[in-house]
Design a protein around this ligand. Sequence first.
Ligand SMILES: [Zn+2]
Length: 396
Amino acid sequence: MLVFSYLLSNSILVFVPLNYPTKVNTLFTFYIDWQPCRGKWYLLFLKKNTMTIHLLRSPEHDLKDFNEVLGLLTTHSKSIKFKGHSKVDIKYKDALDVKHWDEFFKICQNYRTKKKISEDDYIFLLTEYKNTEDYFGWTDESLGNYFIQTSDWNLYFSAEVNKHFPISYEVVAWILRSLMYDTQEELLKNAHLRARGCVMDFCDEKEDIILKMRTGDVCNECLKRISDRGVNPVFLGNIFNTMENIRKGLMYRERNELLGMISPIRIKLGVNKPKFVLTEVNDLIFNFDESQTAIYLFLLQAGGVRLTELIDFKETIKANYRSVKNGSILARELESTVDYWVDPENPEVFTQKVSKINKKIKDLLGDKLATPYMIVNEKGRYKINLSQKLIFIEGN
Ligand SMILES: [Zn+2]
């Protein structure tokens, strides 16, 4: 791979040949901008840190399921943006349950053209329909359009809701695969025919997909390929994090449904960006921002508070926010921020924070298992009904 780079003040000049692999191109934003440098003109490329994935809902795929999958994917991604399109006008040629996958790809491509979606973006069609090859998912030649089959999971999980995990896992797996190889042919050639618990296992058996998710790994051969390709570490980090979180989420849910168990929750203050973790679930993280963390911490300790009483707890919330920020906040900023949260004239600031926190918990754990950790409003009092025995706050 031929890439020359030249550092000039704060810009990076990158020269790439025209036949540079398309998907690797997504690592750069092409500013078609000629810059003078030492009397010559150079084409300037800047590094791009985001990637956009469009999920299309096929009309027969349930809206709630679609949103659950989207929720699992969006919760954990920063550099990879997922956009859900639930009202896409899709008409299939016939009413048969089994379709040729070309029809799926055509839907993606038509949507891309109609909505002027960049060719660097990914489009996934989530459909209940089966395909003639009986694949769980596949891509077209551009490696830009994909489908994932969403049906037939009820045989494999005790709770229907758990099917959201393999579906979202496969979306991420396909993104990783597309960064490893450039063509369908290469993908097929390098797929592991015998499952080794790797992202390149192309399982057609649903049991194998679940097994792959449980082991959730990438084999040495594939790691070498990723390293040789120089896949952008920002994307890679996000992809692995997302896969790992989906895996943990599935295992947590299954185990807890089986045992009716509620994991303790722990937070370690006095560290940079402290996070709540569920200790019995391989330290699954509640991905709250700092303000959400401070408020959740307060509610865990407060044991129930009315909106009108919030202002009385201002000092406690301030102390929490200072701890969460590990002291790195100016007194004036701390004061005005917390004043804003507890302002009796603007209670919706607080209630909106509560609903965002609850959404994050639900997206991570699903309705049933999220229940003990949710902030509830009982007769006007906001509280978390988690037993104090299960709450560990360190370094306060
Ligand atoms: Zn592998």
